[in-house]
Design a protein around this ligand. Structure first.
Ligand code: DLZ
Length: 195
Protein backbone atom coordinates (compact mmCIF):
# COMPACT_ATOMS: atom_id res chain seq x y z
CA UNK A 1 0.00 0.00 0.00
CA UNK A 2 2.77 2.47 0.87
CA UNK A 3 5.35 3.06 -1.83
CA UNK A 4 8.46 5.09 -1.15
CA UNK A 5 9.19 7.82 1.32
CA UNK A 6 8.10 10.85 -0.67
CA UNK A 7 5.14 11.43 -2.94
CA UNK A 8 1.53 10.29 -2.84
CA UNK A 9 2.05 6.84 -4.39
CA UNK A 10 -0.32 5.47 -7.00
CA UNK A 11 -3.53 7.41 -7.53
CA UNK A 12 -6.53 5.83 -5.84
CA UNK A 13 -8.91 7.23 -8.44
CA UNK A 14 -7.41 6.94 -11.91
CA UNK A 15 -10.72 7.60 -13.71
CA UNK A 16 -11.56 11.26 -14.09
CA UNK A 17 -14.00 10.91 -16.96
CA UNK A 18 -16.90 12.36 -14.97
CA UNK A 19 -14.99 15.31 -13.54
CA UNK A 20 -14.85 19.01 -14.31
CA UNK A 21 -11.62 20.65 -13.20
CA UNK A 22 -10.47 24.26 -12.85
CA UNK A 23 -6.81 25.24 -13.01
CA UNK A 24 -5.99 28.79 -11.88
CA UNK A 25 -2.38 29.86 -12.24
CA UNK A 26 -0.29 32.94 -11.51
CA UNK A 27 1.73 34.52 -14.34
CA UNK A 28 4.72 35.50 -12.18
CA UNK A 29 7.70 33.23 -12.94
CA UNK A 30 5.95 32.11 -16.09
CA UNK A 31 8.79 29.91 -17.38
CA UNK A 32 8.25 27.76 -14.30
CA UNK A 33 4.48 28.05 -14.28
CA UNK A 34 4.14 26.80 -17.86
CA UNK A 35 5.56 23.28 -17.30
CA UNK A 36 3.68 22.96 -14.02
CA UNK A 37 0.36 23.78 -15.69
CA UNK A 38 1.19 21.47 -18.59
CA UNK A 39 2.15 18.69 -16.16
CA UNK A 40 -1.15 19.03 -14.31
CA UNK A 41 -3.17 19.12 -17.52
CA UNK A 42 -1.35 16.12 -18.97
CA UNK A 43 -2.23 14.02 -15.94
CA UNK A 44 -5.86 15.17 -15.99
CA UNK A 45 -6.16 14.12 -19.63
CA UNK A 46 -4.37 10.82 -18.92
CA UNK A 47 -6.94 10.13 -16.20
CA UNK A 48 -9.78 10.60 -18.64
CA UNK A 49 -10.86 14.16 -17.86
CA UNK A 50 -12.23 15.58 -21.10
CA UNK A 51 -10.35 18.58 -22.45
CA UNK A 52 -13.59 20.54 -22.75
CA UNK A 53 -14.11 20.03 -19.01
CA UNK A 54 -10.76 21.54 -18.02
CA UNK A 55 -10.91 25.30 -17.54
CA UNK A 56 -7.63 27.21 -17.26
CA UNK A 57 -7.54 30.80 -16.01
CA UNK A 58 -4.63 33.04 -15.05
CA UNK A 59 -4.08 35.87 -12.57
CA UNK A 60 -1.13 38.28 -12.25
CA UNK A 61 0.54 36.73 -9.19
CA UNK A 62 0.05 34.16 -6.46
CA UNK A 63 -1.54 36.76 -4.19
CA UNK A 64 -4.53 36.82 -6.55
CA UNK A 65 -5.07 33.02 -6.54
CA UNK A 66 -7.59 32.82 -3.65
CA UNK A 67 -9.98 35.46 -5.00
CA UNK A 68 -9.89 33.94 -8.47
CA UNK A 69 -10.51 30.42 -7.17
CA UNK A 70 -13.36 31.68 -4.99
CA UNK A 71 -15.09 33.68 -7.73
CA UNK A 72 -14.71 31.07 -10.45
CA UNK A 73 -16.01 28.30 -8.22
CA UNK A 74 -18.99 30.41 -7.13
CA UNK A 75 -19.71 31.25 -10.76
CA UNK A 76 -19.60 27.57 -11.73
CA UNK A 77 -22.15 26.79 -9.01
CA UNK A 78 -24.47 29.46 -10.37
CA UNK A 79 -23.99 28.18 -13.88
CA UNK A 80 -25.00 24.71 -12.72
CA UNK A 81 -28.09 26.04 -10.97
CA UNK A 82 -29.13 28.39 -13.75
CA UNK A 83 -31.15 25.80 -15.66
CA UNK A 84 -34.18 26.68 -13.51
CA UNK A 85 -35.89 30.04 -12.98
CA UNK A 86 -34.87 30.14 -9.33
CA UNK A 87 -31.16 30.59 -9.97
CA UNK A 88 -29.80 33.46 -7.96
CA UNK A 89 -26.77 35.47 -7.33
CA UNK A 90 -24.22 33.70 -5.15
CA UNK A 91 -21.80 35.96 -3.34
CA UNK A 92 -22.21 38.51 -6.07
CA UNK A 93 -21.07 36.38 -9.01
CA UNK A 94 -23.26 36.13 -12.08
CA UNK A 95 -23.71 33.47 -14.71
CA UNK A 96 -22.54 35.95 -17.31
CA UNK A 97 -19.13 36.03 -15.62
CA UNK A 98 -18.60 32.34 -16.16
CA UNK A 99 -19.99 32.31 -19.66
CA UNK A 100 -17.53 35.04 -20.58
CA UNK A 101 -14.63 33.41 -18.78
CA UNK A 102 -15.09 29.89 -20.05
CA UNK A 103 -16.69 30.41 -23.42
CA UNK A 104 -15.02 27.42 -25.09
CA UNK A 105 -15.54 24.97 -22.28
CA UNK A 106 -18.29 22.56 -21.32
CA UNK A 107 -20.08 24.48 -18.58
CA UNK A 108 -22.05 21.57 -17.14
CA UNK A 109 -21.90 21.47 -13.37
CA UNK A 110 -19.74 23.13 -10.76
CA UNK A 111 -16.06 22.23 -10.68
CA UNK A 112 -15.32 18.95 -8.89
CA UNK A 113 -11.77 19.90 -8.17
CA UNK A 114 -9.55 22.97 -8.45
CA UNK A 115 -5.77 23.31 -8.82
CA UNK A 116 -4.20 26.62 -7.77
CA UNK A 117 -0.70 27.05 -9.20
CA UNK A 118 1.89 29.67 -8.34
CA UNK A 119 5.63 29.93 -7.79
CA UNK A 120 6.86 32.11 -4.94
CA UNK A 121 10.61 32.64 -4.85
CA UNK A 122 12.06 34.05 -1.66
CA UNK A 123 13.69 37.44 -2.05
CA UNK A 124 15.56 39.68 0.35
CA UNK A 125 12.50 40.90 2.23
CA UNK A 126 9.63 39.34 4.21
CA UNK A 127 7.28 39.87 1.25
CA UNK A 128 7.50 36.16 0.41
CA UNK A 129 6.41 35.07 3.88
CA UNK A 130 3.35 37.36 3.79
CA UNK A 131 2.19 36.10 0.42
CA UNK A 132 2.91 32.43 1.15
CA UNK A 133 1.07 32.47 4.45
CA UNK A 134 -1.94 34.44 3.21
CA UNK A 135 -2.38 32.47 0.02
CA UNK A 136 -2.09 29.14 1.85
CA UNK A 137 -4.70 30.17 4.40
CA UNK A 138 -6.93 31.66 1.70
CA UNK A 139 -6.91 28.49 -0.39
CA UNK A 140 -7.55 26.29 2.64
CA UNK A 141 -10.45 28.52 3.65
CA UNK A 142 -12.03 28.26 0.23
CA UNK A 143 -11.82 24.49 0.09
CA UNK A 144 -13.41 24.12 3.54
CA UNK A 145 -16.01 26.88 3.06
CA UNK A 146 -17.15 25.54 -0.30
CA UNK A 147 -16.42 21.87 0.29
CA UNK A 148 -14.49 21.59 -2.95
CA UNK A 149 -10.93 20.22 -3.12
CA UNK A 150 -8.39 22.96 -3.82
CA UNK A 151 -5.11 21.30 -4.70
CA UNK A 152 -2.17 23.27 -3.30
CA UNK A 153 0.03 23.97 -6.30
CA UNK A 154 1.94 26.80 -4.68
CA UNK A 155 5.69 26.24 -4.78
CA UNK A 156 7.37 28.25 -2.03
CA UNK A 157 11.08 27.98 -2.73
CA UNK A 158 14.28 29.67 -1.64
CA UNK A 159 15.70 30.11 -5.13
CA UNK A 160 15.09 29.52 -8.82
CA UNK A 161 17.08 26.28 -8.84
CA UNK A 162 14.72 24.69 -6.33
CA UNK A 163 11.76 25.81 -8.42
CA UNK A 164 13.29 24.42 -11.62
CA UNK A 165 13.77 21.04 -9.96
CA UNK A 166 10.14 20.96 -8.85
CA UNK A 167 8.94 22.00 -12.30
CA UNK A 168 10.84 19.06 -13.80
CA UNK A 169 13.31 21.33 -15.60
CA UNK A 170 16.49 19.72 -14.22
CA UNK A 171 17.79 16.20 -14.94
CA UNK A 172 17.12 15.13 -11.33
CA UNK A 173 13.86 17.03 -11.13
CA UNK A 174 10.25 15.97 -10.99
CA UNK A 175 7.30 17.94 -12.31
CA UNK A 176 5.05 18.50 -9.31
CA UNK A 177 2.28 19.65 -11.61
CA UNK A 178 1.77 16.00 -12.51
CA UNK A 179 1.17 15.11 -8.87
CA UNK A 180 -1.30 17.98 -8.58
CA UNK A 181 -3.22 16.68 -11.60
CA UNK A 182 -3.43 13.23 -10.03
CA UNK A 183 -4.47 14.70 -6.68
CA UNK A 184 -7.22 16.71 -8.39
CA UNK A 185 -8.66 13.56 -9.97
CA UNK A 186 -8.45 11.54 -6.77
CA UNK A 187 -9.97 14.26 -4.60
CA UNK A 188 -12.62 15.23 -7.16
CA UNK A 189 -13.73 11.59 -7.35
CA UNK A 190 -13.67 11.15 -3.58
CA UNK A 191 -15.62 14.33 -3.08
CA UNK A 192 -18.39 12.92 -5.26
CA UNK A 193 -18.39 9.75 -3.14
CA UNK A 194 -18.39 11.73 0.09
CA UNK A 195 -21.25 14.05 -0.95
C1 DLZ B 1 5.17 41.18 -6.13
C2 DLZ B 1 5.51 39.75 -6.28
C3 DLZ B 1 6.79 39.27 -5.95
C4 DLZ B 1 7.86 40.16 -5.43
N1 DLZ B 1 7.12 37.98 -6.11
C5 DLZ B 1 6.19 37.13 -6.59
C6 DLZ B 1 6.52 35.75 -6.77
O1 DLZ B 1 7.63 35.28 -6.55
N2 DLZ B 1 5.54 34.94 -7.22
C7 DLZ B 1 4.26 35.37 -7.49
O2 DLZ B 1 3.41 34.56 -7.87
N3 DLZ B 1 3.95 36.68 -7.35
C8 DLZ B 1 4.86 37.56 -6.92
N4 DLZ B 1 4.56 38.88 -6.77
C9 DLZ B 1 3.22 39.37 -7.23
C10 DLZ B 1 2.10 39.24 -6.18
O3 DLZ B 1 1.70 37.89 -6.05
C11 DLZ B 1 0.87 40.07 -6.64
O4 DLZ B 1 0.50 39.70 -7.94
C12 DLZ B 1 1.13 41.57 -6.61
O5 DLZ B 1 1.61 41.98 -5.35
C13 DLZ B 1 -0.16 42.35 -6.93
O6 DLZ B 1 -1.18 42.10 -5.96
Amino acid sequence: MFEGLKGPGASQAPNGSNLRVLIVHARWNSSLIKPLVEGAKTRLLASGVEESRIVIQSVPGSWELPIAVQRLYAASQIQAASTGPSSGDLLGASTTDLTKLTAESDNSGPFDSIIAIGVLIKGDTVHFEHIAESVSRGLMRIQLDFGVPVIFGLLTVLNEEQAMKRAGLTPDGHNHGEDWGDAAVEMGSKRKLWS
